[in-house]
Ligand binder design. Sequence first.
Ligand SMILES: C[S@@+](CC[C@H](N)C(=O)[O-])C[C@H]1O[C@@H](n2cnc3c(N)ncnc32)[C@H](O)[C@@H]1O
Length: 191
Amino acid sequence: MPRISLPKLTHELLSAYLRKGDIAIDATVGNGHDTAFLLAKVGKKGHVYGFDIQATAIEATRQLTNNPDNLTLITDSHAKLADYIPLGHVGKIKACLFNLGYLPGGDKRIITQTQSTLPALNAASEVLAVGGILTVLAYPGHPDGDQETAQVAEWCAKLSSEQFDCRVFDSDVENPAAPRLWLIDKICAYP
Ligand SMILES: C[S@@+](CC[C@H](N)C(=O)[O-])C[C@H]1O[C@@H](n2cnc3c(N)ncnc32)[C@H](O)[C@@H]1O
């Protein structure tokens, strides 16, 4: 059975949610490909916030996107997401992407960590609009990624089903180490 490309699937599915003028978050900008995708979708009247703990990732994203006025890049942990999203945008975020793991082509020892990923997911779920979507792409096949993937699964399982609708895609159902994608729709403001 052919393996599905989950980064590609993420973009395809998000295309159905994002409109010109929307506000979106890339919680892990890395080399900037997801940020560039979000910018193209929300257009010049929209806004994108991008987080990464590595200055090299922020710089790569700045260069890839030509640093437009409607992009706010933040060199800090996504765990502090709530500190950076202005009150006027809270509850109006249409999409928030988490592409976990390490910076492709970078230092593989610097990876997302469960202790910051889970608070970041909590913060993202708070700032999300009703009708918005949170996507989490996790990689159980790299060191610590298995534990982080299991914790993300547990976090999703604990979400109120009245407030969130969770779907999960496996890139290869026969391989437990294959990447996994969660799509979390916010369907209601309060549980
Ligand atoms: C798989 S890469 C992201 C790929 C990226 N979205 C792209 O399109 O190229 C994961 C990124 O998460 C970043 N990261 C790790 N811990 C983080 C944290 N606590 N907050 C924000 N970014 C983090 C890493 O520095 C790395 O650049």
